[in-house]
Design a protein. Structure first.
Length: 260
């Protein structure tokens, strides 16, 4: 039985990395007077480094105009990151970052079925609030039983800390929840916490392997392209379909255990 869906944010709820954070970083660079700009391709490479401030510090290693000392780099990174978050909030308010297809419908379906919803992310609470207030209204917090952000879980994914904090807050066993993730780091974090995973691939993580997940596919807004195939008659991935994948995986696991 599924008692909670635990949502990643960046790339899962919305394509925030390409169309939000990357754009906001470039605006912050200009505001800070530094000559750096991140293309779509370069930002995709930098996503291998977890955390926005950490990406800045990593990129500075190859930037001739970067400050010479570690302390000065850290100070500049903090300034740019602060500016980035301000620009990100402005971008969200314009409506330029829609929820991905199928997300709003699945959230509503869970609320109607009394399946708890949780946010499990290592982005900042301010970024989360900006996104969800725009799409779900100022009362968005009432829809989620738990929200775990960077402030509650400092260790970045693939560390399982954020998932472990969420499970403890919900008082659930790992197998009673399902994680919705888009990246390899997110999948690994949920796996290490023991939480079954549905992988909904995003722009930057379109090639993430689906091994070890309940199912992997291109979008919650469609039933085509999922492995294992979606079998519930619908035009999108429903709560019933996720429950079926969850039950099928449990039966397969129990069968293996009985055979062994």
């Amino acid at each position: 039985m599924i008692r909670a869906l635990l949502w990643d944010v960046d790339g899962t709820l919305a394509e925030t990395e390409r169309d939000g954070h990357r754009v906001a970083f470039n605006l912050a660079f200009a505001a800070a007077g530094v000559p750096w700009r991140w293309s779509e391709a370069r930002y995709g490479q930098l996503l291998a480094v977890a955390g926005g401030r950490e990406r800045l510090l990593y990129d500075m290693q190859g930037q001739p105009a970067a400050p010479a000392t570690g302390a000065a780099r850290a100070q500049l990174a903090a300034q740019i990151h602060r500016l980035k978050n301000q620009h990100y909030a402005d971008i969200v308010r314009t409506g330029a970052l829609p929820l991905r297809a199928g997300v709003a419908e699945l959230i509503d379906e869970c609320l109607g079925a009394r399946v708890s919803l949780g946010i499990v992310t290592t982005t900042s609470r301010a970024n989360l609030e900006a996104l969800l207030a725009c799409h779900l209204g100022e009362a968005w917090r009432s829809k989620f039983a738990v929200t775990v952000c960077a402030e509650e879980a400092a260790r970045k994914k693939p560390d399982p800390q954020a998932y472990l904090v969420a499970l403890a807050a919900l008082d659930l066993r790992a197998e009673e929840a399902v994680a919705l993730e888009d990246s390899a780091a997110g999948v690994e974090a949920a796996r290490r916490a023991g939480v079954p995973i549905v992988l909904t691939r995003s722009f930057y993580f379109s090639a993430v392997a689906g091994e070890g997940t309940l199912a992997a596919g291109p979008s919650l807004g469609q039933t085509r392209g999922w492995q294992p195939p979606a079998t519930v008659a619908a035009t999108r991935v429903t709560l019933g379909q996720i429950a079926r994948w969850h039950a099928d995986a449990r039966r397969a696991r129990d069968g293996v255990l009985r055979v062994s």
